[in-house]
Ligand binder design. Structure first.
Ligand code: 6GU
Length: 238
């Protein structure tokens, strides 16, 4: 899988050299390339932003450097990688969910465009749409200063679903959101710690009862903190 990131803060992504994603890169499973948007400016101050048409607070990212950066990546990839997806992290986008992470993991080539300031000139999105499939994706209902942290989260969530990145595929099946519910609580040795005991059922060796207990824990947790994830209760008879 090829991933390109365009940003004014390329150093942000150095952490992707470490951990599971770093290993996937050295092993050639993920080909990740980070690009400095300012390399596509041509003025002495390497300007990437300007004041918004129509007025208002903040600055908007100018379209020209983005157009050049996208052309360079998409032209370079055209022969090698099929049908790219261009992702704009944006609080105005669709919600990034486990399902979206799973879809990203199936892509051959994703280009992440990290906006800063009040956003990117809308024509950049329109232009990208003329060359590739485009998705605007939000991490949640809060505002970050830029797309970098959001892209890091999306790459981590999608990257670990790419075959070969996570060692034991079963660990992907038994985690929060994989079945639409929150994960059950986990315990390891010692069986008693600071007066706190591991639930005895987990020490019983009764696999079916353990599975049933874990399921109940998942349902209880989900009801308590994320009831909107549960299927709607059947309506009462009149
Ligand atoms: Cl993807 N970008 C920004 N700037 N803020 C966000 C976000 C993305 N998702 C939630 N807040």
């Amino acid at each position: 899988m090829r991933i390109d990131i365009v940003t004014i803060f390329p150093d942000f992504f150095e952490v992707l050299d470490i951990s599971l994603l770093g290993k996937a890169r050295t092993r050639g499973i993920i080909d990740l390339r980070v690009h400095d948007l300012r390399d596509h400016t041509h003025d002495r101050h390497r300007t990437v932003d300007d004041t918004p048409y129509g007025g208002g607070a903040g600055m908007v990212m100018r379209p020209e450097p983005w157009g050049e950066a996208l052309d360079a990546i998409l032209d370079d990839a055209a022969s090698e990688h099929g049908d790219p997806l261009v992702v704009f992290p944006s609080p105005a986008g669709e919600l990034f969910t486990q399902a979206a992470a799973g879809e990203f993991a199936l892509e051959e080539h994703i280009v992440f465009c990290c906006g800063r300031y009040e956003g990117i000139d809308q024509r950049v999105v329109d232009y990208a749409q003329s060359r590739a499939r485009v998705r605007l994706v939000s991490l949640g209902d809060y505002v970050l200063n830029g797309g970098e942290v959001a892209v890091m989260a999306m790459i981590e969530a999608a990257g670990r679903l790419v075959p070969g990145v996570v060692g034991n595929p079963q660990s992907l099946v038994e985690e929060s959101h994989s079945d639409g519910l929150l994960e059950y609580p986990s315990y390891t040795k010692p069986a008693e710690w600071r007066g706190l005991e591991v639930p005895p059922i987990l020490l019983s060796g009764h696999h079916a009862q353990i599975a049933a207990w874990r399921r109940e824990q998942q349902l209880e947790r989900t009801r308590r903190v994320r009831p909107e994830l549960l299927p709607p209760e059947p309506a009462e008879e009149a």
